[in-house]
Design a protein around this ligand. Structure first.
Ligand SMILES: C[S@@+](CC[C@H](N)C(=O)[O-])C[C@H]1O[C@@H](n2cnc3c(N)ncnc32)[C@H](O)[C@@H]1O
Length: 252
């Protein structure tokens, strides 16, 4: 019963993530939802910036702290290990909801592309960025990243095995394709306001730092395999030519 509950908990987290990701997509695009990234704040400019910076730090803090092995070791003394990743997903949902709910739009226009073909192109790139997020997670292990695999194995009374090092598809040309996809979703827009720009700059800086910290953990965990990967595959700018075949590993 407890094992089934763990799995249902993870499924709920996954469904919650899908729902908030769809909302986030509309929030960033400034369509369909009542409050968007561009909804003007009623606060003075300095107050709006202070709140927005605090929200970006909240997002960065939760994602960074909860993803560290040291934190997980301590946290799993309170939360059962098979529920740890799903709990991270729930915490991410709550934090993203706070970020969107409290965001203070600053409607100073930084750029506004007028050319219809260019506007369409920017919207297309925005959509490609967003779509690439789930696609890239499928390249490593979508279900592990969302905590479903951990809960599934627990329900089936099978032991959890950590993800092996792998470099399939996009991972064979760039080390952080997921962060790159998010960066595209944050920056490609035909109308960039100051508030949206603050968000894009803050989140890009966070992902740059997150990648550095994540790589330290990956070197510690995978050793020379990851060190060699760092020597041969660029961190953020995809290497489009001279690609070596990736190391594909699928785990159940
Ligand atoms: C949210 S994902 C982000 C992955 C990567 N930073 C990116 O932008 O594509 C973080 C998880 O991916 C795992 N990971 C990152 N690169 C990996 C690789 N080459 N092979 C296996 N796992 C990897 C990390 O251990 C971590 O659990």
């Amino acid at each position: 019963m407890a094992r089934t509950f763990t799995f249902l908990y993870a499924i709920l987290g996954y469904l919650g993530f899908l729902a908030i990701a769809a909302y986030f997509m509309a929030f960033l695009a400034g369509i369909l939802v009542p409050v968007t990234i561009d909804t003007p704040s009623s606060l003075p400019l300095a107050g709006a910036i202070a709140i927005d910076v605090a929200l970006i730090l909240l997002f960065a803090g939760q994602h960074s702290i909860m993803a560290r092995p040291g934190f997980k070791q301590m946290w799993t003394k309170i939360v059962p290990a098979p529920m740890e990743r799903a709990t991270y997903v729930f915490a991410s949902i709550v934090v993203l909801a706070i970020v969107m709910g409290c965001w203070q739009g600053i409607d100073i226009v930084i750029w506004e592309v007028q050319n219809p073909a260019m506007r369409t192109l920017l919207w297309a790139l925005y959509l490609i960025g967003f779509t690439m997020v789930p696609v890239v997670t499928l390249m490593i292990n979508h279900f592990d990243l969302f905590g479903l695999r951990q809960a599934w194995l627990h329900m089936k009374e099978r032991e959890y095995s950590p993800l092996p090092f792998c470099t399939p598809l996009l991972y064979s040309i760039v080390r952080h394709p997921l962060y790159l996809a998010w960066t595209a979703a944050f920056w490609f827009t035909p109308t960039m306001t100051a508030g949206h720009l603050l968000f894009a700059v803050g989140m890009t800086a966070y992902m740059g730092l997150a990648a550095i910290v994540e790589e330290r953990d990956l070197v510690e965990f995978h050793g020379d395999d990851y060190r060699e990967y760092q020597q041969t595959v660029p961190m953020f700018i995809p290497r489009l030519f001279g690609r070596k075949p990736g190391k594909e590993t699928l785990v159940a």
